[in-house]
Design a protein around this ligand. Structure first.
Ligand code: UFG
Length: 340
């Protein structure tokens, strides 16, 4: 019998989820994927299996399918849950907020109920730096203690509300352990180029837009604004390699498994910012591909500078990023090329 602890990963076929499944397996856990592939592809499961050279347990379905959840929790002794499954497009959330509240909050509630009923003690929640909104401290390396958070979109609000719901729920779950992980900007792909980001339609995020433009799928990259109050006039973000982010989930679980009743929130970022122009220039230098790009107007809602203070995650979880932005750019490009 397997001695690996079973970890349910909702959204385990998605971008961050798939990389986390691999890292969980590599660290001695038995990941169980729950995904309905509404924003991911089934072939990713096969790719994960190739990387780990083993089969992965998969349930195809939604987090709000109570019968399916019951079946999973009854069939397995689950030691922890990592909850990724959620919608994540800022613009779409503005157009259809109810869809975001219904899915992101609804799924969370049904998972929390299962933790309660089946006495699963460890929970990691996928949150986002977007909970900080346009907080004045974002440009100085924001800490988790920042208060007066005003999320700027329904998507970001579902993440803050999610954190609040979990915090309220935790009051009456004294033995349960929870990590709320606030991700900064995940980028890159697995070094093997077997898994990576698969944007639906036109990408909103910078790096997939760059790689698709370089691959000829998009005509031109527009850099949104070059008149910000930064050194080169373009926005600054904290880009974190997706494999480092995946490893932060493993570290969170290991930390939680040694606790007896804790809830804590962590920024997961590198603590360093890169400007949009730097990313574009580095991409061209590292891949030797010249990119068709031009400056355009600012994008509504963009904050000039965002980067994490990551002292807490480093100190508590003993996690530190291992990859550089350069690595992430090269890996994202290798992944893009593998898709052709
Ligand atoms: N950018 C461009 N051109 C593009 C795409 C992006 O110049 O075609 C710029 C943006 O203006 C921004 C930077 O690249 O300055 C990064 O943009 P992304 O869309 O990749 O990332 P954001 O920082 O805007 O978004 C991230 C997460 C969201 C989260 C948001 C909150 O992807 O999930 O932070 O700040 F909600």
């Amino acid at each position: 019998m397997s001695e690996r602890k079973k970890i349910l990963v909702t959204g385990g076929a998605g971008y961050i989820g798939s990389h986390t499944v691999v890292e969980l397996y590599n660290s001695g856990f038995e990941p169980i994927i729950l995904d309905d592939f509404r924003n991911s592809e089934e072939f990713i499961i096969d790719r994960i299996q190739k990387i780990i050279n083993n089969e992965v347990i998969l349930y195809k379905g939604a987090c709000q399918d109570a019968d399916l959840l019951q079946m999973i929790f009854e069939a397995h002794e689950i030691s922890g849950v990592i909850h990724f499954a959620a919608y994540k497009a800022v613009g779409e959330s503005v157009k259809d907020p109810l869809m975001y509240y219904e899915n992101n909050i609804g799924s969370l509630l049904s998972i929390l109920r299962c933790l309660e009923v089946y006495k699963v003690k460890n929970f990691v929640f996928s949150s986002s730096c977007s909970v900080y909104g346009d907080h004045p401290k974002l440009g100085n390396g924001i800490t988790e203690e920042a208060s007066d958070l005003k999320p700027q979109s329904p998507y970001a609000n579902t993440k803050l509300i999610g954190e609040q719901i979990i915090t309220d729920w935790k009051v009456n779950q004294p033995d349960t352990n929870v990590c709320l992980l606030r991700y900064f900007n995940p980028v890159g792909a697995h070094e093997s180029a077997r898994i990576g980001e698969l944007p639906l339609g036109v990408p909103n995020n910078l790096l997939p837009f760059i790689t698709q433009t370089a691959a000829g799928i998009r005509e031109e990259l527009t850099i949104f604004g070059n008149d910000y109050n930064t050194e080169d006039g373009t926005c600054i973000r904290d880009y974190i390699h997706v494999v480092d982010l995946a490893k932060a989930h493993v570290k969170s679980l290991e930390w939680l498994l040694a606790k007896n009743g804790v809830i804590d929130v962590f920024n997961v970022g590198t603590g360093k910012g890169s400007s949009v122009l730097e990313i574009v220039t580095k991409f061209e230098e590292l891949t030797k591909v010249s990119l068709n790009w031009s400056f355009g107007p600012r994008r509504t809602g963009d904050v000039p500078v965002v980067f994490a203070d990551n002292k807490k995650v480093k100190e508590y979880l003993k996690w530190t990023p291992e990859y550089t932005v350069d690595n992430a750019i090269v890996h994202a490009w290798e992944w893009q090329k593998s898709l052709e």
